[in-house]
Write a protein that binds this ligand. Structure first.
Ligand SMILES: NC(=O)c1ccc[n+]([C@@H]2O[C@H](COP(=O)([O-])OP(=O)(O)OC[C@H]3O[C@@H](n4cnc5c(N)ncnc54)[C@H](O)[C@@H]3O)[C@@H](O)[C@H]2O)c1
Length: 445
């Protein structure tokens, strides 16, 4: 919404939320999310044509176009628990729009939703009396956290789905006109509403599938002395495959991938497509397997006991350039380490507040230290869990000196120079590459 306000100075954009503290935070100097470049855009637009307001009913009344971007988490209860999307927030919004509208509106699905959700939205909105009419469009969001501003300013594509009726096409054109202010026309694609809804789920499933594919091969590399980076490079140079998203690591996190794949799995099962459901569910299973493997590797390499040992977690965010920790592999791995009675020191440049929130009530010793050097001092092991650029540039000589020996380094993102760290004295355990251990004479040459 900030980008729309920025690119369309003649449009007035108001953001509302049922959580008043979130609105207050958006109106303050400390924005509730960290996203590179967002603060600058907010500074340029807030109070001019971008507003954050608490009065949801009034804003529904006064605006012509409503983007519904509410959360759609995985259902935790009843039919479809653990798989299907929980649409309660979505449906509440539909009812709220119906109750408070005094004029016709375009309602846009921005949240990621199961295919055919627009139908439910329309059924509720069609209860409207008199001359009020609602046109529902699907405009899924493809931005990635960490590069959101860049992705929104130069999107690979903008997808707008609508009914192919006269009023559906008219509503679609209104939204096309907004994006056309800054997105080249060949990148604005239109489709029927169900294709748009499904495309978003499939896009995320394909991205996550690539991560699980390369991670599954990383397990094989570790058994065969092949190197996953070399394999990924050779495979990715085939233009039919492409080189992006082929970085092995401890797996994907974030609020979307797992939720959207499980949602896709649920849809396939619902329509009786068991084999298709099983295929996509395996993407999530490999992701969990990769995190278990990483944990088993830490335990096995450190002589099968972590009790009382200090382990420094470098990075808690689910990926670099965000403070978001939702579904971060770091949560699972930290819990597993604590279950082994390790003492944990967590360092992250942007995610410590969220990390503390994620670990509320957890048993064991956890400290939060922003400076990576202070965090690592006195530790037995380092575990790199987020691909923050700053970890590539750390002075590992200085860190090694401050640690308990033998010092272990588990690079869950394959981002540092393993040979250099091994030469400094570390026992180094990358993903999908032979370990560089001073305990194994055959690796010392
Ligand atoms: N985070 C991403 O990178 C991303 C990318 C693409 C798509 N999406 C999709 O966008 C949707 C939102 O994701 P998010 O990460 O922003 O979630 P979020 O939980 O951070 O934000 C959702 C917000 O909606 C508010 N809300 C809930 N019900 C409401 C209601 N009835 N009226 C007003 N506000 C209400 C919540 O208070 C919350 O602040 C999801 O469907 C997600 O799959 C997210």
């Amino acid at each position: 919404m900030a980008i729309i306000a920025y690119k369309c100075p003649d449009c007035e954009v108001t953001v509302v939320d049922i959580n008043p503290e979130r609105i207050d935070a958006w109106n303050s100097n400390e924005l509730p999310v960290y996203e590179p470049g967002l603060d600058k855009i907010i500074k340029k637009t807030r109070g001019k044509n971008l507003f954050f307001a608490r009065d949801i009913e009034k804003q529904i009344k006064e605006n012509d176009i409503i983007f519904v971007s509410v959360n759609t988490p995985t259902k935790t209860f009843g039919t479809g628990a653990g798989m299907a999307a929980d649409l309660q927030y979505w449906e509440k919004t539909a009812r709220q729009i119906l109750e408070n509208s005094q004029s016709s509106k375009i309602v846009i699905e921005k949240s990621t939703l199961p295919v055919k959700t627009a139908l439910a939205m329309e059924k509720i909105l069609n209860l409207a009396k008199g001359k009020i009419r609602f046109d529902v469009l699907s405009n899924p969001e493809f931005l990635a956290e960490g590069t959101a501003i860049e992705d929104l300013e130069n999107p690979d594509r903008v997808l707008i789905g609508s009914h192919e009726t006269r009023s559906g096409l008219k509503a679609r054109q209104e939204l096309v006109d907004i994006y056309s202010r800054w997105v080249p026309s060949e990148k604005i694609i239109t489709s029927n509403i169900w294709s748009a809804e499904l495309s978003k789920l499939v896009a995320n499933a394909f991205l996550a599938q690539r991560v699980s594919s390369i991670n599954s091969i990383s397990a094989l590399c570790e058994k065969t002395d092949a190197d996953i980076s070399e394999v990924a490079k050779a495979v990715g140079m085939d233009s039919r495959v492409g080189s992006k998203f082929l970085q092995a690591g401890i797996g994907f996190g974030g609020s979307c991938f797992k939720k959207d794949i499980l949602n896709l799995v649920y849809l396939c099962s619902y329509y009786g497509l068991k084999e298709v459901a099983d295929y996509w569910e395996s993407v999530v299973k490999i992701n969990e397997y990769q995190q278990d493997r990483f944990m088993a590797n830490i335990l096995g390499s450190m002589f099968n006991t972590l009790a009382g040992k200090k382990i420094c977690i470098l990075g808690f965010a689910f990926k670099a350039n965000t403070g978001d920790t939702r579904e971060s592999p770091a949560i699972y791995i930290t819990r597993k380490l604590l279950a082994e009675h390790a003492e944990i020191i967590i360092s992250d440049p942007k995610a410590l507040k969220n990390a503390a929130f994620d670990l509320v009530g957890v048993k064991g010793s956890v400290k939060y230290v922003e400076d990576p050097y202070s965090a690592a001092a006195g530790c037995h092991a380092l575990a790199i869990l987020t691909d923050w650029d700053l970890y590539r540039k750390l002075d590992f000589r200085k860190i090694y000196k401050s640690m308990v020996k033998p010092a272990f380094l588990f690079d869950g993102r394959n981002i540092i120079d393993h040979k250099k760290c091994f030469a400094l004295g570390f026992n180094v355990y990358p993903i999908g590459k032979p370990a560089l251990s001073h305990f194994q004479p055959e690796n010392n040459s």
